[in-house]
Design a protein around this ligand. Sequence first.
Ligand code: NAP
Length: 236
Amino acid sequence: MLNGKIALITGGSRGIGKEIALKFAENGATVISGDLIDPDYSHENVSHVKLNVTDRENIKEIASEIKEKYGRLDILVNNAGITRDSLLQRMKEADWDLVIDINLKGVYNVMQGFVSLLLKSKASSVINMASVVGVDGNAGQTNYAATKGGVVAMSKTWAKEFGGRNVRANCVAPGFIQTPMTDVLSEDTIKGMLDATPLGRLGQVEDIANAVLFLASDESSFITGEVISVSGGLML
Ligand code: NAP
């Protein structure tokens, strides 16, 4: 499905990003996975680089390496993200700032750093990892929900700004997915999420990777500015 395509995935060392990197690689893409941490896997079609989405100089260096090696970028997945949850009255300013810096400004940094390479592709696709809470909100996640809502707004903006150059921009909005990010949640929280999920199970990383693969591929070539929820019906 992705033969000959060059793809960059941020936060590709573990969790959802790792599964996307492997899914893309199995489907013929040349994948560059950028993360702060080392991966615990390898694949002949995946190379790993140190990438911090808050470091604009670092982003510039990687963009110039990709430009030199491939001359273009066909797929960008803005997946890196963190949570620092607490109820509003207890939320520390440092936790607000950190989540905004990585989840929101990080997406802007990476898109701005790579857009000229995306424009060099005949048809490119940007997939931003949002969240159902970016559309519906969630108690205890003022900072995180704000960033994910912002990511949806940026995607729609880029769909309009770059559509004329055949750059598509879409979001995937996961519900509750079993990853290291959610492994730290309490049993009560997990039970509450399961009760609110009509399909009655936690999402798996492969559920997200399948949707991202579709949006990255030419199968979705007339889809832009959309948000696809992959949530088992959570928050319906
Ligand atoms: P994860 O397991 O924590 O993986 C996220 C990866 O991003 C980690 O390897 C992390 O490295 C990396 N990262 C963090 N800050 C970074 C930075 N500044 N620069 C580059 N990489 C950075 O999380 P996940 O559950 O797979 O989540 C992936 C995406 O899906 C996130 O955007 C998240 O908000 C979204 N999402 C997840 C769920 C869910 O239920 N899991 C639901 C909705 C949305 P470190 O380990 O060093 O932090």
